[in-house]
Ligand binder design. Structure first.
Ligand code: GFB
Length: 309
């Protein structure tokens, strides 16, 4: 990527896309191209084809997706499978047809089998059954990986796929029901502190373990691999360290300054017991995360309060 390359970031208003745009800007890229949904609906095949024909981007970061936490995945299965399949199919195909030099597709650590050995190595893909709550999203993401590999094999298209672990950071969705755990708990502890509530409920048993990566680190990994990596194998992107949900809740409560009780609601699903990525392939490619979880939570809470919460 040259500083003046034409670079399309699909999904630039989301957590990941906005971080990629920030990272490109910070590195002095002047040819960043974005479109809001009103300007180009990525589920509209003809609109996507027309955009690529008109703008002829050279590089594409495919960060547009329907995403959400465990509850949203579970209650909107049709939207999660349909929107993701359609968006990624439209963008990957149009990018290849319009002669894009390289495309980076973002998957998710939930593509791995629910009970795969830990840490999760890239070759565990399709070696077992998926976690039921997010199988719809996972199947769509797996189709995206396979599409990138198929277009590389048949057409020589430089499409690479990264599998990020659970992400968080500025620009996240803090809605109580549809969000991921970290912003959900941040919002809940913040509101409970303000209201003087004696206890806060955390979904599930608190025992599942998750690995959290700050989205600015993910964006840095995306830029690095767009420059340095060009092969069909998927690449995990994470920190290689995880915490239990109970530990995460303690960390978030401490940062927010909430001193009440933390209680667990076992009627809510736990999801996958553990999702820790093996990041040796990424490390061998010369990239490491920089933002620790404690520091990242503090920065995200500062951003959250700046939004007027
Ligand atoms: O963040 P989360 O929804 O992602 O949930 P997943 C992680 C864990 O936190 C689960 C627990 O064990 C939840 O039960 N948890 C506790 C909570 N309190 C809360 C809460 O208030 N909100 C939420 N959301 N969780 C998603 C997938 O799974 O991860 C997606 O469904 C995607 O497809 C994403 O892959 C990265 O890691 O369980």
């Amino acid at each position: 990527m040259q500083k003046d390359s034409r670079i399309f970031v699909a999904g630039h208003r989301g957590l990941v896309g906005s971080a990629i745009v920030r990272a490109l800007g910070a590195e002095g890229h002047t040819g960043v191209l974005t479109r809001t949904r009103a300007q180009c609906d990525l589920t509209d095949q003809a609109a996507v084809a027309a955009l690529f024909e008109a703008e002829r981007p050279q590089y594409v970061f495919l960060a547009a997706a329907r995403v959400g936490g465990i509850h949203a995945n579970d209650v909107y299965p049709a939207e999660f499978i349909r929107d993701n399949l359609v968006i990624q199919t439209n963008v990957i195909h149009a990018a290849w047809k319009a002669g894009v030099e390289k495309l980076l597709f973002l998957g998710s650590s939930c593509i791995y089998p629910k009970f795969a050995p830990q840490p999760l190595r890239e070759e565990y893909l399709l070696s077992g059954a998926l976690e039921p709550t997010n199988q719809w999203y996972a199947v769509a993401k797996i189709a995206g990986i396979k599409m990138c590999q198929a277009y590389r094999r048949q057409y020589g298209f430089s499409a690479i796929s990264l599998m990020p672990t659970n992400l968080y950071g500025p620009g996240d969705n803090f809605d109580a029901e549809s969000s991921h755990v970290l912003p959900a708990l941040m919002g809940r502890f913040h509101a409970a502190k303000a209201a003087g509530q004696p206890e806060v409920t955390v979904w599930g048993s608190g025992t599942p373990r998750r690995e959290f990566l700050h989205v600015d680190d993910l964006a840095s990994a995306c830029l690095h691999l767009m420059r340095e990596y060009d092969a069909e194998e998927i690449v995990n992107v994470g920190t290689g360290q995880d915490v239990s949900i109970a530990e995460l809740a303690e960390m978030v409560a401490r940062e927010v300054g909430y001193q009440g009780r933390i209680v667990f609601d076992p009627s809510r699903p736990d999801g996958t017991p553990r999702k820790l990525l093996d990041v040796s392939r990424l490390t061998a490619l010369g990239w490491r995360p920089r933002i620790g979880l404690r520091e990242g939570i503090a920065a995200t809470y500062r951003w959250f309060r700046e939004q007027g919460a």
